[in-house]
Design a protein around this ligand. Structure first.
Ligand SMILES: [Zn+2]
Length: 421
């Protein structure tokens, strides 16, 4: 099956302008042509009419099933939100709840042009089934590891299950250094090392986490995890709001990635990371939404806008991250952080994870600065088509999933009515 995208503004961020006008051809799951004009054969033609053809956005930190917990205690800080509210509610969730919560989030990702995620939550087998059922691309955590019984045998079992999924890759994730004991972290890092897998965790999200770590270990969380060989694997660390200069040296030395989650950090009062400084040091920075309960959207346009504007507000507009750089964070840098090759760029040989963005709205005029429009003006509702691995999963308000979306809304509302704090 060959699909021709005709007459598009094609986002290619390595070009001086960041885009050019032309055609793209997708055959089965891959991009096979990217140039000014295609004159060959095709099975299906999509006339893009001068709208934007972009690589799908890569959301490098999320907890999809938390869509069920959206708008729970929106007014408290991270510690109170997590320990007094979210954890007691999570204990009541079942395999089916996690499955339907994940499906709801997949609908939100598709509508917002997010084509791959790095996912971390419990009932991983329910999440894996939801991702597979929707043909959605992800890296998925192996083992939640908050319970003592999650052993190497359990990790092996999860690893084998993920290996069977064509679009899902494993990542060894533990929640954080403050929830998981030293032996469990070391065991997980050994498993990652043995199997050549990437690792990830929440890191230095709050000042309290840093102060507790210094009190207990005499080191910052980053220094402590370096000692536990976390950084010996390709890593993606979430939040990193409170990093010291020495922490940054550790990230640089190990070529470690950071995922910034601006909405979540603002909502939970965790602080504002100095993303401009991370980029200046040459560290790979990607963007994540975090879970839909701490955001409360799964919307990369909102996160791009906040990443750009928070950096400016921290520095009286001196530390300006260019729209090109912001868009790279949401695409190319995301692929690198997830350790997932052949996504994040529109180029021949890459997987066809593509989105179309409508530019025929008042807020997208004039069209003189396309990249700025995308970062500062565009909304997720401007996305009108989302393709993953060559398959159109969303087009002009319609989902192409094995579910009726309204049934999913009913299921999730019924789950939420059943659970309480
Ligand atoms: Zn998180």
């Amino acid at each position: 099956m060959k699909t021709l995208f005709k007459n598009a503004i094609i986002l290619q961020l390595d070009l001086p302008k960041g885009y050019f006008k032309g055609d793209v051809v997708v055959e089965d799951d891959k991009i096979i042509f990217v140039d000014k004009r295609y004159n060959g054969s095709y099975d299906k033609k999509i006339n893009v009419n001068g709208n934007i053809l972009s690589p799908g956005f890569i959301n490098t930190h999320t907890h999809s099933p938390m869509s069920i917990l959206r708008s729970v205690k929106d007014e408290v800080n991270l510690q109170s939100w997590l320990f007094d509210n979210i954890f007691p509610m999570e204990q009541q969730l079942t395999y089916d709840d996690v499955y339907y919560g994940t499906i709801l989030s997949i609908c939100e990702y598709l509508k917002a042009g997010i084509t791959s995620i790095q996912e971390y939550y419990f009932y991983e087998d329910a999440i894996l089934k939801a991702l597979d059922d929707c043909s959605y691309r992800a890296t998925l955590s192996l083992g939640f590891l908050t319970e003592k019984d999650k052993t190497e045998k359990y990790l092996e079992k999860q690893f084998c299950a993920i290996e069977k999924s064509p679009l899902i890759r494993p990542v060894c994730t533990f929640h954080s250094m403050y929830l998981i004991d030293k032996k469990q972290i070391v065991d997980l890092m050994n498993f990652a090392h043995k199997n050549g897998l990437p690792v990830s965790t929440h890191l230095s999200e709050t000042k309290k986490e840093n102060l507790d770590s210094i009190k207990e270990h005499g080191k910052t969380p980053t220094e402590y995890l370096e000692e536990l060989k976390y950084f010996d694997n390709p890593s993606n660390s979430y939040h990193c709001v409170h990093l010291s200069n020495n922490d940054l040296k550790i990230f640089k030395k190990h070529k470690a990635s950071i995922t910034t989650c601006p909405s979540s950090n603002l909502k939970l009062g965790s602080g504002i990371p100095n993303v401009f400084k991370f980029l200046k040091k040459g560290i790979n920075v990607a963007i994540g939404t975090d879970g839909p309960a701490s955001n409360n959207n799964l919307d990369m346009f909102k996160e791009m806008f906040l990443t750009a504007t928070l950096s400016k507000s921290l520095s009286n507009c001196k530390n300006n991250i260019s729209p090109n750089e912001i868009l790279k964070m949401a695409t190319i840098n995301g692929a690198k952080a997830m350790y997932y090759e052949k996504i994040g760029e529109i180029k021949v040989g890459n997987y066809a994870d593509l989105i179309l963005i409508d530019t025929n709205s008042p807020h997208m005029q004039p069209k003189t600065n396309i990249l700025s429009n995308l970062v500062y003006s565009a909304k997720s509702s401007d996305v009108y088509l989302t393709m993953i691995n060559g398959k159109i999963l969303y087009n002009k308000g319609k989902f192409f999933l094995p579910f009726n979306v309204k049934d999913i809304y009913k299921k999730v509302n019924a789950i939420r009515k059943r659970i309480s704090i």
